[in-house]
Design a protein around this ligand. Sequence first.
Ligand code: ATP
Ligand code: MG
Length: 268
Amino acid sequence: MATIIALTNQKGGVGKTTTSSALAAGLFSFHDKKVLAIDLDPQGSLGFSLGLDIENCKTIYDVLTGQVPIREAIQETDYCDIITSNILLSGAELEFTSSDRDLLLKKALIPVKSNYDYIIIDTPPALNILTVNAYAASNHLIIPMAPEILSLLGVSQLKETIDSVRQSVNPNLNVLGIILTKFNPRTLLAREVKEMAENIASQMGTRVFANQIRTSVTVAEAPAHGLSVFDHAPHANPSLDYQEFVQEVVTRTSSTITQGGASNGQEK
Ligand SMILES: Nc1ncnc2c1ncn2[C@@H]1O[C@H](COP(=O)(O)OP(=O)(O)OP(=O)(O)O)[C@@H](O)[C@H]1O
Ligand SMILES: [Mg+2]
């Protein structure tokens, strides 16, 4: 049964999509895992960055609105299977009105969950019906943060949303960790932000991942080639850092499983 992980932060541009794409590709490339990546952001960047056309295909919108079975929306890439998204999904807040509106993704995943080791969900920069669907369907959340003071604001709203999902539809939701992205270790600000992130993590009952993702232009270049950061620039700092991060995700998710802990990837 797949371990389901959503990348989330309502702040824009903090590395959610970049980290989703690196995690999906890294789980396959270094750990031989079978991965389904789901783009739950109407911006559609995840599919685009893995080289897919997001306009003339079935998307997660078609799945969540019940128009196509989930298997028909899955596309294959060199790294993982993926369900793309596009701007149609931005109507979700108004269109998803059923009483199970928070559980549409969780229910949609049931027929394919056992085909994968990991399901990675990229979410929009918002706390809305789409993020709630991602939280309801997931075992774990990973919170990417950029070392900017503004990126630390709003964490209390994020925590409130997580708590409310725990109280309603997903009591076992676990925060796997905070990953610092776009990191420049030479700046004083970066070191201060790391300390602040550690405080936030302890308030949330989680940890900051041991390795930060250093900043490099190679990260912005990779999507233009439809390649993972590892294949585009294998020796660049972000590739080395993301490789360590993926290892840590595998270790943390496996230890939760062996402990039979709260978030063990099994259906309740
Ligand atoms: N380690 C890094 N070094 C340099 N640039 C980076 C790094 N990580 C991400 N970026 C760049 O920062 C920008 C935002 O990254 P990304 O799209 O992953 O963020 P996001 O949180 O998904 O944004 P949104 O909230 O809009 O969905 C992109 O242009 C990306 O190439
Ligand atoms: Mg994004």
